[in-house]
Design a protein around this ligand. Structure first.
Ligand code: ZN
Length: 299
């Protein structure tokens, strides 16, 4: 009897992290100026193949459709992943989303989700920086990295652009955040867009990674904040500007990049729980070597 009890306690103590209940996640998609049928499928696969998340997809009606049919229950989830750029949500849904975040909900802002809703003030505070859709100096300052700190620039001009797609190095700007702890100071990202000249309220909490937007590839000449957390109520918001989707999952190098996938998984876990329990994998890219998980699964 006593021996059995000891064995049971020992077995429980040895349970791996993956045996914890997965994080219930809501992925919002359905309209975008991007290939959302590919991107949302890939994001779901990356998250679920880790064993850490279960993902429900909330798909809006198509552009011009009856948005009153879109009424997700954010509070039933620990994490909301935004892969949406389209028609306005009903006012009641906007309010529920603001309250979900204010009250401590987890959010991942993925790529062109920061293009959405230029006129929804709270949404722009949840993303901190946005681009396109008519954004200009009235949308807020440009915010970029200079001499070891974020700077704001109220100059007139566009909000949001990018040069040609190319492979580029991400520079770690915070070594002590749960998302970045143990990751290399510099890592090479696969071919992707590099968002630049983004504007907004700029309420960034922690800058995690920046990248130099080189004029030689049509960029801004600035060191652009591409991965950061946002200060909004009690919410935990992970904003990741990487990850332009191609025509198919097999032709999307930015998403197939191991660095993109690992950052998504770490950022998502942090947004949902405030912690990151995942070890840094051996196949993470280095400053000079690309790494891919082409099937979106850790081998
Ligand atoms: Zn894009």
């Amino acid at each position: 009897m006593i021996i059995g009890l000891c064995l049971l306690v020992g077995w429980q103590a040895a349970l791996p992290v993956a045996a914890k209940a997965p994080i219930e996640t809501l992925l919002i998609t359905g309209q975008n100026n991007h290939n959302w049928p590919v991107s949302h499928q890939v994001l779901k696969r990356i998250l679920e193949s880790s064993g850490l998340f279960t993902v429900d997809v909330a798909q809006t009606p198509p552009a011009g459709g009856d948005m009153s049919l879109f009424s997700p229950d954010f509070d039933a989830y620990r994490l909301v992943v935004l892969d949406y750029n389209g028609d306005a949500w009903p006012e009641a849904v906007r309010e529920r989303f603001e309250n979900y975040v204010k009250n401590g909900g987890g959010v991942v802002v993925y790529h062109a989700a920061n293009n959405a809703f230029p006129d929804w003030k709270a949404y722009n505070e949840i993303t901190a920086l946005g681009g396109w859709e008519g954004r200009n100096e009235k949308s807020g300052d440009w915010v970029y990295w200079k001499d070891g700190a974020l700077v704001r620039d109220s100059g007139a001009g566009i909000g949001g652009s990018h040069g040609q797609q190319h492979s580029y190095v991400l520079n770690r700007r915070n070594a002590d955040h749960p998302v970045t702890r143990g990751l290399p100071e510099r890592w090479l990202h696969a071919q992707d867009e590099l968002y630049d000249r983004m504007r907004g309220p700029g309420n960034i909490r922690d800058v995690l990674f920046t990248a130099y937007s080189d004029p030689a590839t049509g960029g801004s000449g600035r060191e652009e904040p591409l991965i950061f957390t946002v200060d909004y109520g009690k919410g935990r918001i992970f904003h990741d500007m990487l990850g332009h989707a191609g025509p198919s999952p097999e032709e999307s190098p930015a998403l197939q990049c191991t660095g993109f996938q690992v950052l998504l998984l770490r950022g998502a876990e942090w947004a949902a729980t405030g912690k990151v329990r995942q070890p840094v994998p051996d196949d993470f890219p280095t400053a000079t070597t690309l790494s891919y998980r082409k099937n979106y699964v850790e081998e």
